[in-house]
Design a protein around this ligand. Structure first.
Ligand code: HEM
Ligand code: HEM
Length: 434
């Protein structure tokens, strides 16, 4: 008896007799912890990457979104599991420490929900460029958001992007407190706290009293939420992929063409423009636009007779982005795009689409820019795989002739040339036959 008592007195508090969280709680804790830390790193990396059609950035954003939604579902399961399986009693510690630890835990739970939810709301509100596909499969939108008017969605997207980005710092702050606390217990108090959350793989932690219960409720609820959102998303596709609403362009009649219609995959498509400023090339893109396309791609090639088809592309000029806030601000002004007066540019096929060879086409039409109509020929290549068409077209526009930035001369100023007259417009489009 005495011998036993002496023996147990010598067991340091930091070992085997500690109780652990359940295996499910431990697995979820570490899975979510690693995923969140990875997500912050990926979020920052992708933020700094150059975008564009088919770029790695778009692929990484898609991955980020799918992993983020997974974290949200795991967190739902974890919280339900936590309610059904209270954690083991706390090791002894001063009241303030215990209070601080629980507050940090509660805030971490809040952030584990808020972080993915804000990202997901932002992604659901973004109009044309960001489909949210779950690991390349089906679309997943926060229910209700895709049905909102475009301006409301834009406002939501901007606001939540800011919140999402700021919350990353909040979670980092909490994590620093959380890890400092855990390490203090482990290294200073030596109360074996870390072992409570460590997998029992190393034989140095006692198993929990039981394995816990309620897995069906916890994971079932998470899967149910997932299934409901997937179902709602599939039945209500976002407005960004719908044909454009009526616009200010006068020649907006219903197309006469009976050719098959093509649905543009805006995620994989882009309209960019390249020019030069003071001898340095710059590139910009339109972050938003809509295209209505009908084209009979099966028709035989004929250079003289157009194939059955109709194309209309509408671009809200406020969506022009050069990646340089200074240019963007200037470009929307009167001398340039005068967005306030002419909010939209439209390219519409009026002279037909010619199929010069199996893959080479030319669309002839009118570009309505700043209220003036300009004839434009747009040669493009079109490759078909199954029901998917990949289109690449380039055309050079003379901005001075289009009345764009007429006050900014292209004349030489010493060595430096001001904004170049030639503007190359590059269109990359991926569309599927409806
Ligand atoms: C983003 C990363 C992390 C998140 C979101 C997170 C979240 C949480 C939450 C919410 C709890 C409370 C569990 C409960 O009682 O319901 C917890 C407990 C715990 N965490 Fe983390 N954690 C993270 C990373 C870490 C890291 C890196 C460590 C290692 C130093 C760690 C060590 C612990 C320990 C030891 C406990 C158990 C505390 C106790 O026994 O009461 N956590 N964590
Ligand atoms: C725990 C989960 C998540 C974490 C920790 C996280 C973290 C981050 C971070 C650190 C950034 C960079 C912010 C910046 O630029 O300052 C970011 C950006 C972003 N996140 Fe998340 N995120 C999470 C979940 C999600 C989810 C669920 C979605 C959407 C479904 C999402 C969508 C986005 C988008 C669209 C961006 C901006 C990408 C860009 O345009 O550059 N995130 N995220």
């Amino acid at each position: 008896m005495t011998a036993e008592a002496t023996h147990s007195d010598h067991i340091p508090p930091a070992t085997a007799r500690q109780q652990r969280y359940t295996a499910v709680a431990i697995a979820l804790h570490w899975a979510i912890a690693l995923l969140i830390i990875g997500m912050i790193a990926v979020g920052w990396i992708m933020d700094a990457m150059p975008g564009g059609p088919g770029s790695a950035k778009i692929a990484i954003i898609q991955f980020h979104k799918a992993v983020g939604i997974t974290i949200l579902m795991l967190t739902i399961a974890r919280i339900i599991w936590r309610i059904m399986n209270p954690p083991p009693a706390e090791p002894r510690m001063p009241k303030w420490q215990s209070l601080l630890a629980s507050s940090v835990h509660i805030l971490l739970y809040v952030l584990m929900i808020a972080m993915p939810l804000t990202g997901w709301i932002m992604a659901s509100a973004e109009i044309s460029q960001h489909d949210t596909r779950y690991f390349g499969t089906f679309e997943m939108y926060v229910p209700g958001i895709p049905g909102l008017p475009a301006e409301t969605r834009e406002g939501i997207a901007e606001g939540f992007e800011q919140i999402h980005s700021n919350l990353a710092w909040v979670i980092i702050g909490l994590l620093v407190l959380h890890v400092t606390g855990a390490l203090k217990h482990q290294l200073v108090d030596k109360d074996g706290l870390l072992a409570r959350m460590a997998p029992g793989l190393f034989g140095n932690t006692a198993g929990p009293v039981d394995n816990g219960q309620g897995a069906i409720w916890a994971f079932g609820a998470a899967i149910a939420v997932f299934a409901i959102v997937a179902g709602v998303s599939l039945s209500a596709p976002p407005a960004g992929t719908a044909p454009p609403a009526t616009t200010m362009a006068e020649e907006n009649q219903t197309p006469a063409s009976k050719a098959p219609a093509w649905a543009v995959d805006y995620e994989k498509s882009a309209i960019i423009f390249r020019s030069g400023y003071m001898g340095r090339p710059f590139e910009g893109r339109f972050t938003k636009w809509t295209a209505q396309i009908q084209l009979d791609t099966d028709a035989p090639a004929n250079k003289d007779v157009p194939v059955d088809g109709y194309i209309r592309v509408a671009i809200p000029m406020s969506a022009a982005q050069t990646g340089e806030p200074y240019y963007d601000e200037n470009v929307s002004q009167g001398d340039w795009f005068d967005v306030a007066k002419y909010p939209e540019a439209v390219f519409e096929v009026t002279g037909g689409v010619f199929k010069d060879s199996d893959t080479q086409y030319e669309a002839t039409g009118v570009l309505t820019l700043k209220g003036a109509k300009n004839p434009v020929r747009l040669p493009f290549t079109l490759k078909i795989e199954g029901t998917t068409a990949t289109v690449h077209g380039e055309t050079t526009l003379k901005r001075m002739a289009l009345g764009v930035g007429a006050g900014t001369l292209t004349a030489e100023k010493g060595d430096a040339e001001w904004v170049q007259d030639d503007v190359l417009v590059v269109i990359d489009l991926v569309a599927t036959r409806k």
